[in-house]
Design a protein around this ligand. Sequence first.
Ligand code: SF4
Length: 342
Amino acid sequence: MIKPFMPQLVYIEPRALEYPLGKKLHDKFQQLGVEIRKTTSHNQVRDIPGENHLQKYRNAKSTLAIGLRKTLKFDTSKPSAEYAIPLATGCMGHCHYCYLQTTMGSKPYIRTYVNVEEIFDAADKYMEERSPEPTRFEASCTSDIVGIDHLTHSLKQTIEHIGKTKHGLLRFVTKFHHVDHLLDAEHNGKTRFRFSVNDDYVIKFFEPGTSRLEQRIEAARKVAEADYPLGFIVAPIYLHDNWKEGYEELFKKLDQHIPEKARKNLTFELIQHRFTKPAKRVIAENYPMTKLELDEEKRKYKWGRYGIGKYVYQNDEQEDIKETFQTYIDRYFPEAQIEYFT
Ligand code: SF4
């Protein structure tokens, strides 16, 4: 049973105490007896305990830094949204393939930003610029935001903020089932609540520290009952022995539990497993015993931005994945929409 995330060590920027959320978090952790250290910047936390890389990495994943988001220029977030809304960075999960391992480099600790009103002001400006076109914000580009939100409620506030706007839409994805506090948020149908799902093999071997599939599906059912538009991201789609059976089993389980009312407006996003050379090095360092197959020879090289290409499946394998998933989605969720395969 995955318990809701609770940090073992907290860092806080003194200025964060000037914000209601900063004060609330500080008082909460103080009451709980969690060690709180001061830091000049959430970007500068350097003294996480541990005698070697692995210990430091593990400890960082249970460390929370509370600070202010200074850059209020949002990154773009294709293909699923126009902008990434920055509420947190980092994740307590231990998925072996996670892209955060490379993007966060030497700072794998979790950061939460307490100047939420300033972040909302920036979001409002982006919406104004694009009005009357809708603007979609992705809240989980740099973290699993649901995994931390039971502590901060900043995602809940964002859902309600976007719920009141005319042209805003919000989306995020999670592998955690701690969703109860979000069920009564006034989302007004403007938030698409997505769950990242996979077959038993991938979850068992590569996704430690996250909620099990049954828990995610039960959370998805609750979210659907709360009238959120629902979506599933199957990522990474990973080819292993009997992958076709494994993934059909996944769709059968979803089919058994997802209520009828969520099916018309249901989306699927399909992302094949990929890796880069730098990611392969980092994975070997952080998860030295992983079974994850990262053999460049077996993959197709796809040129990427900034000269860092990635290794994806061969063309015939990609075709097989697309066809197989199309068949399963047609069979179990004929009204759902596949947003993309990448
Ligand atoms: Fe990365 Fe998502 Fe796993 Fe967290 S839950 S470690 S963000 S893949």
